[in-house]
Unconditional design. Sequence first.
Length: 602
Amino acid sequence: MNKKSSDIVIGIDFGTTYSGVSWAYPGRRDVRLITNWPNPKTKNTSNDKVPSTISYCNGQVERWGYSNRDKDETFRWFKIFLEPSHKYNDEVKEVRDASKLLKSLNKSPKEVVADYLKVLWDYTMEDIKQEVKEDNWKRDYALKVVITVPAMWSDAAKDKTKKSALMAGLPDNITMITESEAAALSIIRDKADEESLGAGDTFVVCDAGGGTVDLISYTINKLRPLEIKETVKGEGGLCGSVYLNISFQNYIEILIGKEQYDMLPLESKRNMMMEFDQTIKRIFNEKSDEVHTIDLFGVEDDPNNDIDDNTIVLKKSALQGIFDHVFLQIEALIENQVTQIKKQNKRVEAILLVGGFGESRYLHDRVINCHKSDGTHILRVQGAWSSICRGATLAGLEGIGGALGRPPKIVSRIARYSFEFVVSRLFDPSEHLPEDRYLCESEGVYRANNQMMWILEIGDNMEEGRKLTREIYHSVQVGFWDSGDRKFSTKLYCCEEANPPSRKTMNVHELCNVNYSVPCTKLWQEQSYRDPITGRKSRNCNFELFINLGKGSLDFAVLYRDEILAAAEVEYKEDFQLNAFLIDVAISLPKKIAYMFIAQRT
């Protein structure tokens, strides 16, 4: 085999509570899902994923995944630290405990994430080595990584995820995809082959995970090759299965009394929660009359509450209340997607339940009951828990082909936000506010500042391959003797409103600040003008901004006099959380065109 003659694509579903990995290469006839995780516990009903947990000894990683013991000071939910404004930070005990551990170990959130991704990556490399059975497989194959992120993840969190992965030793060739989109790619090909869905059909993917529930809707464009397009803007909510755990724990605490609950051994409470999480939560359904019990060692007998010999009988009405608290939020999200689709005169043919929570029998039955009158098919797919990482691998295989054939392709997405730079326009007193007026010395005219000219608006179709272009300029003071590069810093803004304003208002948020540079020897060639007040010379430098709409990403190239500029460094605003827009933060630099994740204009 020639050096780097083929790609191995690794899909990583880095989850809040569990993570999964799958991989493939053109010579394989299937996507391999890693299931033989080290030291799995006997209570695990599935090994499709490994717990997102890690513990340390003397500052070094000691155990991870299923190897962690109850008595270890184990990091859980550390993924949440990548999203500083996440609601979990205040709601979930595991997040508060992990925050305390961070301080005691003097580690940053990115370091903990990187440590976990490193052990996950090292184990993946061993799995590939055993399957490929080639001593020099790293020489012969190029590695391509696709990491999934929640649809509600901010761009600051995506950037931290990628930087943590690079710290962990993953290759530079890393792309991002939302979890719900990856799940759709994993499932839709099988459903099309089964002929349960055909060309023109619209379906909703409900990705019910541990922390979030994300929904995204697609219409099948054509079957062969299989192409789908996003139908309406996706959305999500904090109503994943972990909230069942929180509600269940609160119920037990109230049932036996907080004072007694606090005195019970930590290991006893953890075993109880594990039993609920891995058994009851998966099999409970409203049609069954099966009596469910749970063990809580150390609890006092209480005949009035059906507690005897360390065993608690769980009333069906109590379990229904716990499940319905979460389900009602999920159903509201589904109904909103269905309503938006109907406004386009389309019919929802199917709702696909994916993710770990998507395997819940109760969730499946309740969604069926809600939609039995409209004829919508509710499909709880096999392998729902692992569908996300398998879909990530399929996404990475696009353009590679091989024995797996051509993977499904998403040809169009919906813009979830409006994006633009702040611009100036010729001042018109009938359109602009007096406070925005200023004198442009180079043109000798009055202009209006703080104006918005939205380059991409919410709800727009983002067809893959669609290109947008804009002329931008910077005013700079530079002379013949200046050397080196002149640095620029400008901002990109976004807006969630259905009708974005024409002027920068408090509803227009700064997404990120971009720093890039241009050689002074090039800038000096521009025609100069002199400020009549200061006498200083300035030059207006005109640029061309090309925006390529790719795989859910905005890839930017900035040209000056038909030559490419240097790549930009992006600084994200962490206090503004972009909930759903998928942007790939990877930067690639071919010889003639440098794609910058974000470039901005003044």
